[in-house]
Structures are given as C-alpha cells and as structure tokens.
Design a protein around this ligand. Structure first.
Ligand code: 2P0
Length: 325
C-alpha cells in the first residue's frame, strides 16, 4: 500500500450560500448550495501514514501545530481511519496559497485537499462524489471544492446522498471574481456558530430555506443561458439574505466591516453607471465582485483606487482537486 499522497484543492465562492446544518456531526446542510471554484486560492496537503508515529503530526504553513490546534485535522483523520479500519497515525503537511494574510484562508480548500490526500494515502480509491462526501465531514464548504467550475452541493436525504456534482466546468464561462482584501479583526463568531445561532433564533430562517430553493433553480438557468446579469443579481440577493439571518438572530451579529459596506456601495454605483458587476460576501469582511472580462479593467481600477492596488486579487474559475504525487 502506498501510504503517501499529496493533493491540491482550490477554494470556492458560494453564489447560493450554505448557512445551516440539519446534522452537526455529519455536516448535512439544510439547503442545497451552489458555488464557483476559484483559480487563485488553493491549499497543498500531503499525508503520510507511518506506523512509527504515536500521534498525528500536523505542520501548517511550516509550523507544527499543538494537539488542540490540530484537533479538527486529527478528527478528520479519525473518519478516514474508521472507514478503512486502520489505526495508523499520520504526518500531515499543509500550505495555504493565499495572497496575503487577509482572511481568505479557507476551510474549503483545506479539507478538500486533506480528504483527497488522506483517502489516497490510506489506500481508498474514491470517485468525486465519494470524495466530496468525505470532504464534507471536515467542512461543509469543502464538499464543493472537489470539482472545478460551477458546482452544486445536494443536501441529500442522508450521509450517502449529500455530495456535490459539477454544474459547468471551469472553461465553460469566461468570468472574473475580484476579491477585495478587507482587513479582518479576529473573527468574532465562527461560521459554525453563526449558522447555529441564525437557525435557532432568526424568525426568517424558514423563509431562507424556501427562497434558496427558488434562487438555486433560477441561477442554474442563468448559468445554462450564460445570463450574467441574472447570475449576479441572484447571487447578490442570496448573499444579502444570508447576512439578514445574522442581523435578525438573537443576539444579532454581523460579518460586515465598514469597508465591506463601502465596497458594496461602489459596486452599486458602477452598476448605476452602466457597468454590470455584482458582489457577494461570506462569513468574513472580504467582498468578492463578479464581472465579465470586458468590464474587468474598469471595475478593477475603481476598486484599486478605493482600496489600494495590492488589495484586489483577480480570480477566475478554477479546477477541481489534483493529485500532486
Ligand atoms: C458557503 N460559508 O456556502 C457559506 C457562506 C460561509 C458563508 O460554508 O461548519 O467553514 O465547517 O461546515 O464550510 C463557511 O462555513 O462551515 C461557509 P462548517 P464552513 O460557502
């Protein structure tokens, strides 16, 4: 058995958001979600199972993590060990390739790369659906980072049916996502906690589940017909509906920073001036702007003038998981 494997996975940006679980342990979502895998931000992870180790060893961006910090990774390796009936501990090396320490590091690319490397190193041979199911056990959004391009994560009826499938490959539609790096205070409330609180206390949660179904149908048509304005409008609305769940929770919370709001207003102004571009935002202050290549230069220069040249990263649709060794 080859006990070593290395994989690369890219992060993804949700256009129809995942915001709530119906099973915490299995990370089964309340709704389907849909994302675009991005080419600029990725994680490389190697896993070596080694009989001589007495505990898992995790090295993250060149630093050895202590047991508490490595807990999520060792818990994930336990899932792989349970599935393969193996006891062996592993050495994990992982590197995040993100432009600066600006809060774009993602559990999506991290757990997708770990799922691919750990399953292959343990001797499992999983197809993309199976790999996506496994990645889900590490982090919900990682489910969608196994495939490139547009991807849909199905809520499923249980563990076996909750996985992601490709909607359109990365070269299907020439689009850009401009990621604005907005300085992040340490995150006050994790995605997991934020979801729980929204689900448990927002009076709008049931409506969110209903609207996500409609948004998903509409955005899939927009992708099929390459209707950019429809794609952007639905994505922007869906993002704001997700943030409305945080604002309407009890106690309320928010991921908006002052600069996030400034970025949103700029996008709206660009639109008012006839330039189609749309924003989305996740559980952190960075804003991502969807734009077609013919308008990329004008949107980029406006955002750079407002936030600084090095604060805007130009991304495009990215590939699915790759094995490096
Ligand atoms: C998403 N987010 O669809 C949503 C939108 C953030 C906002 O998935 O608890 O790190 O590990 O499953 O995947 C971030 O949450 O949460 C996320 P867990 P995850 O991309």
């Amino acid at each position: 058995m080859n006990k070593y494997a290395k994989a690369r996975a890219h992060t993804n940006i949700a256009l129809i958001k995942y915001w709530g679980k119906r099973d915490e342990r299995l990370k089964l979502p309340t709704t389907n979600s849909l994302s675009l895998t991005l080419n600029q931000f990725y994680t490389d992870t190697s896993v070596q199972f080694d009989e001589r180790l007495v505990s898992d060893q995790v090295c993250f961006n060149g630093k050895i993590l202590d047991q508490a910090a490595a807990r999520r990774i060792t818990n994930f390796l336990d899932v792989v060990r349970t599935q393969t009936g193996m006891q062996t501990k592993a050495r994990v090396q992982t590197t995040n390739n993100v432009p600066t320490a600006a809060g774009l590091a993602s559990s999506a690319s991290g757990f997708a790369a770990l799922a691919a490397a750990a399953s292959r190193a343990s001797g499992m041979r999983l197809n993309h659906r199976e790999l996506s199911r496994l990645a889900r056990r590490g982090s919900g959004s990682a489910t969608r980072s196994i495939d490139g391009g547009f991807v849909e994560w199905h809520r499923g009826i249980g563990d076996r049916t909750s996985f992601a499938t490709p909607v359109a490959p990365k070269d299907y539609w020439d689009l850009n996502v401009l990621a604005i790096l907005i300085d992040e205070q340490p995150k006050k409330i994790s995605s997991s906690k934020g979801m729980q609180l929204s689900q448990a206390t927002s009076p709008y949660y049931a409506e969110w589940e209903k609207l996500c179904k409609q948004d998903l149908k509409k955005i899939k048509i927009a992708i099929k017909t390459k209707d950019f304005e429809q794609l952007g409008r639905i994505a922007e609305e869906n993002a704001m509906r997700m943030h409305a769940l945080t604002l309407s929770a009890s106690p309320d919370f928010s991921y908006f920073a002052a600069d996030s709001l400034k970025a949103m207003r700029l996008v709206q102004q660009l639109r008012a001036n006839g330039i189609p571009c749309y924003f989305t935002m996740d559980a952190g202050p960075n804003v991502k702007v969807l734009v077609e290549p013919e308008n990329r230069a004008s949107v980029l220069s406006t955002l750079q003038a407002a936030f600084g040249n090095d604060k805007v990263v130009v991304a495009a649709p990215g590939p699915g998981v790759q094995y490096l060794k």
